[in-house]
Ligand binder design. Structure first.
Ligand code: TYD
Length: 141
């Protein structure tokens, strides 16, 4: 787990297990085997207006798996040096966001659901919500 030194390219797209069935598929996620951290919290974004932007922060310690459980959206990652845009549009794919990465979520399709698996309980002290503060923190290597 990095934080200050984290690069956007340390955030990986992960193929999730898929149990195929003509009546509908299943993806089951378990600690350690399919998710590389201990899951402490699960939450999901829904009813997001198409013009809304979410995120706009980084975390000191939190790791997350983001999944487009329904529909699609874009994730813009930044590390103070480089930016990377990742489109999520499949329920069997996750984006692993490590600590120390700025993220913005946008271009939500109608009815989309962003499922988030998180390594820690909610803690406002784990956030940097100001981009200038983030850049300054990243530069203190
Ligand atoms: P935030 O993490 O900024 O949402 P997003 O990154 O999706 O834009 O959280 C938005 C608000 O919800 C903020 O007031 C904190 C609150 N919140 C909780 O109380 N618990 C949680 O687990 C999360 C993720 C957010």
């Amino acid at each position: 787990m990095k934080n200050k030194e984290s690069s956007v390219f340390d955030c990986k797209l992960i193929s999730l297990p898929k149990i195929h069935n003509t009546s509908g598929n299943i993806t089951a996620l378990e600690n350690i085997t399919s998710v590389s951290f201990d899951i402490k919290r699960v939450y999901y974004l829904y009813d997001v207006p198409s013009n809304a932007e979410r995120g706009g922060h980084t975390h000191y310690k939190l790791e997350q798996f983001l999944v487009a459980a329904s529909g699609s959206f874009d994730v813009v990652l930044a590390d103070g040096t480089q930016e990377r845009l990742v489109s999520l549009n499949r329920p069997d794919r996750a984006l692993h966001i490590i600590p120390g990465i700025w993220r913005e979520l946008k271009n939500f399709s109608g009815g989309s659901i962003c499922l988030v698996l998180a390594s820690l309980a909610y803690d406002e002290n784990d956030y940097i919500r100001n981009y200038s503060d983030f850049i300054e923190w990243k530069s203190q290597r």
